[in-house]
Design a protein around this ligand. Structure first.
Ligand code: MTE
Length: 338
């Protein structure tokens, strides 16, 4: 995302990457870029040059996939190609470009523990494999609408967030869920950029977390999740702009206070707590009326011309979630939608 106050281009890539890795990466990118340019002409997307953008070999939950599709959640649009969803990603912990996936793949994702704390009957740490194995996994095809006005259609695997809320047994005073990403600047070099308020934090109200759409992603395209998409645990909240769907979760806190979220702390007028998709409420610096549909690699190359379609209120999920906000319009107005 582009933040006016701290523009991404203020940070040279060499400032967040070791000199050696930086040089190596330059070389790889050069090779990757040259291949498709010469060979294909149609695609200039570097992801195409390597095929290892999938989940890590030996993921201990591999045997669970593919999981059964929940037919209630499907989308009339064509699915985004797996290569696009796995190589065009936002994960600022690894840098601010869309091509960070090779760096994210260097991250070790086992052992991985999720801490559940705050206003719950009993605080605890859960090993990710115990958690994934005790949940009933299913596949849901959801639209993903980024605040940057592009969209994808992705088959996620995972479990309803409500099941995790039930497992946590929150106390009656809990009003919000605060979710936090890992913090490891040695591996995630984007976290050395000191002007970002690391770790990444997101939040939902309890009513949102219990809504049947709210989903915890553990996999995609019938396999465990690749690191760059948020493995081993991420939120998928399809009625909100993509930045709400926090990746690499290590802690879930039940709280009575509205959490201070990562992007809101940086640019509160541009990326707020609610961030419900609404084509009538523009981002202060661009329109949200339509979105570029990223379906194949030819939609993300330099000369690409992706199809542009009208954005739908709540990203097309109003029948599930509009009621959640009916009483809040007066208090928050347009703030519900950015
Ligand atoms: N989670 C963390 N921890 N860090 C991030 O930078 N980016 C967000 C969200 N979750 C982000 C994150 C943004 S801006 C978007 S659009 C989605 O992840 C993108 O998900 P995808 O890369 O799997 O498509």
């Amino acid at each position: 995302m582009w933040i006016k106050r701290k523009p991404d281009w203020n940070l040279p890539e060499s400032a967040v990457t070791s000199p050696e890795a930086f040089r190596q990466r330059r070389q790889i990118l050069k090779t990757m870029a040259a291949g498709p340019l010469v060979a294909a002409g149609s695609t200039l997307w570097p992801g195409a040059a390597r095929a290892d953008y999938g989940p890590p070999d030996g993921d201990p939950t591999h045997d669970l996939y593919p999981v059964e599709r929940n037919p209630a959640f499907t989308v009339e649009r064509t699915k985004t190609e797996r290569e696009v969803a796995a190589t065009y990603t936002n994960y600022y912990e690894f840098g601010s470009s869309k091509t960070i996936w090779p760096r994210a793949q260097d991250m070790e994702i086992r052992p991985w523990t999720v801490r559940i704390d705050g206003m719950v009957e009993e605080e605890r740490d859960i090993d990710i494999d115990d958690l994934i194995r005790r949940m009933a996994l299913e596949e849901r095809i959801y639209r993903l609408r980024c605040v940057e006005a592009w969209s994808m259609v992705i088959p996620w695997s995972g479990f309803p967030l409500k099941d995790l809320v039930d497992l946590a047994r929150p106390l009656s005073g809990a009003k919000y869920l605060r979710m936090e990403t890992f913090h490891d600047p040695d591996v995630a070099r984007g976290q050395r950029a000191s002007w970002y308020p690391w770790p990444y934090v997101e939040g939902l109200t309890m009513a949102e977390a219990r809504n049947e759409l709210a989903f915890m992603g553990t996999g995609m395209y019938g396999e465990p999740m690749p690191q760059q998409n948020g493995s081993p645990l991420r939120l998928v909240a399809p009625w909100k702009y993509g930045f709400k769907s926090i990746k690499g979760i290590v802690r879930i806190t039940f709280t009575g206070e509205r959490p201070a979220t990562f992007w809101e702390a940086l640019a509160p007028d541009e990326y707020g707590f609610w961030a419900n998709v609404n084509p009538r409420v523009n981002h202060p610096r661009w329109s949200q009326a339509s979105e570029k549909v990223l379906q194949s690699t030819s939609d993300i190359g330099i000369f690409s011309r992706p199809e542009e379609v009208a954005t739908q209120p709540f990203n097309g999920y109003g029948e599930y979630v509009a009621d959640l906000y009916a009483g809040l319009e007066e208090e928050y107005g347009d703030r519900l939608y950015r």
